[in-house]
Design a protein around this ligand. Structure first.
Ligand code: AMP
Length: 282
């Protein structure tokens, strides 16, 4: 596995492969601290592309001023080993200056409306940072496919819209949420949880499963499904609900009735750790 540090190197890698013909390039954007969720994306890329690049960049512009940018887990050596073990050909690990040559407050990409919904509501500017970094990575690497996790469902909607609006040629592939055996959705931020908090954090996946089971029994009313999730949260008062919503997965607009393509999305705080989970219903 090659480790590339500059956009020029990444672009040269991509263009050389393309000029050679017969290659399909896959890109897996990550912020590192790789876990089995990231590994599933790399494996999906490996299965459908001849060449796979994993990017590793803790993107400062998607963190708010009081968020966890400084303490976000960083594990470069372990990430290199994991990416290589999963079959990545390239690890792209740029500096901040490489990605933001004129500083982080220069040119950016804004996806109106979607960026203010779900996570964007509580994290103003978050999706502007996400759209900007993904646009930069796709422009630099020019991959045929980019792989994202369903875990960040609103991010998927924002990136899809951005790719469509900017007429980018990359196809986006969404991979299922990878969970621990007890149901907790894997996240780099799970590393912040104490053992007691980890137990409390299971409330999110429990609420997701409960709502899924009600939908399987025929319940479609958003108000009833949201109330049912609130009951699950009420059993764990240490967990603070931020968002319980049923929205259209593409527009992120709230819906009254669950239908194919409806996203059930949760965000909640366990101590000072913000966790998310979701499911596509029906
Ligand atoms: P991150 O490093 O947290 O920015 O995540 C990088 C990519 O991995 C994003 O597309 C995430 O949605 C995806 N991802 C993170 N956690 C999971 C998970 N538990 N299952 C599937 N994909 C995930």
């Amino acid at each position: 596995m090659q480790i590339l540090r500059t956009v020029a190197e990444l672009r040269r890698w991509s263009r050389t492969l393309r000029a050679a013909g017969g290659n399909t390039l896959g890109l897996v954007p990550t912020m590192g601290a790789l876990h089995a969720g990231h590994a599933s994306l790399i494996r999906a890329a490996r299965a459908s592309c001849t060449q796979v690049a994993v990017s590793l960049f803790v993107n400062p512009t998607q963190f708010g001023p009081n968020e966890d940018y400084a303490r976000y887990p960083r594990a470069f050596e372990a990430d290199c080993a994991r990416a290589a073990a999963e079959g990545a050909d390239v690890l792209f690990a740029p500096t901040i200056e490489e990605i933001y040559p004129n500083g982080p407050d220069a040119t950016f990409v804004e996806v109106p409306r979607l960026s203010d919904r779900l996570d964007g509501q509580s994290r103003p500017g978050h999706f502007r940072g996400v759209a900007t970094i993904v646009a930069k990575l796709l422009t630099a690497a020019e991959p045929d496919r980019a792989f994202f996790g369903q875990k960040d469902a609103a991010q998927v909607a924002v990136v899809r819209r951005m790719i469509g609006d900017l007429l980018l040629a990359t196809e986006i592939v969404v991979c299922p949420i990878v969970r621990d055996a007890d149901g907790l959705a894997l996240s780099s931020r799970n590393a912040y949880l104490t053992p007691a908090q980890r137990g409390q954090a299971l409330t999110l996946s429990r609420a997701v499963r409960h709502v899924e089971s009600l939908v399987a029994q025929g319940e479609r009313r958003a108000s009833i499904l949201i109330a049912a999730a609130q009951v699950v949260f009420a059993m764990e008062p240490e967990v603070r609900i931020e968002t319980i919503a049923l929205v259209d997965a593409a527009t992120l607009e709230p819906v009254d009735t669950a239908a194919p393509g409806t996203l059930f999305a949760l965000a909640a705080w366990v101590g000072s750790t913000r966790l998310i989970d979701n499911a596509i219903l029906c």
